[in-house]
Design a protein around this ligand. Sequence first.
Ligand code: OGA
Ligand code: MN
Length: 210
Amino acid sequence: MLLEPPHAQVGFSDALQSQICNDLETQGWSQQDFSLPDELIITLAAECRQMSVDGTLKSAGIGRAEGQVLRQDIRGDQIAWLKAGQSIACDRYLQIMESVRQMLNRTLYLGLEEYESHFAMYSPGAYYLKHLDRFRDDDCRIVSAVIYLNPDWQPEQGGALRLHLDENHMEDITPLGGRLVLFMSADMPHEVLPATHDRISLAGWFRRRV
Ligand code: OGA
Ligand code: MN
């Protein structure tokens, strides 16, 4: 019989895990800094930049499957979906997110079965207008997770993730390297504001199966 590795070996401390679950339960979102080791952030950022140079990143569409359309007036990032085994750094990231998935299931009973993720690069001026991460005809995405790969990012450089918490409140989160933001995909309208520099991240979604 295969035993699942204890979650403490990869990923987050117990204290951090319960904070994430508590935040998601009480406010629908959570921000954690220093989520991944610095050298992993730097390696992942370099891999994303290389994909930009070699043309692997492609303009992201909106909508799903055959219904996808390019609308850079709505969404201006360039993305590449992650595949298991594509690099040691990507596998380490996926392993950490797997430990988060197990933790969310243990604590919040979310029944999350899969994780899908892509690199994203927003060139200066690119943005993503206010949206939900759940498609009208697909309610599989349950929790969204974004990890930023921009060491030393300054708030004046823009590129905030703006969470619309309710009609009157929003929260702007600077896309600083190592910062992890999680939120409930169905309930949290959000947008990406334009930046003055390339803004890179790994965005992902914990899903139930179709
Ligand atoms: C997305 C998204 C947020 C971010 O890719 O759907 O909202 O901060 N990303 O990059
Ligand atoms: Mn989104």
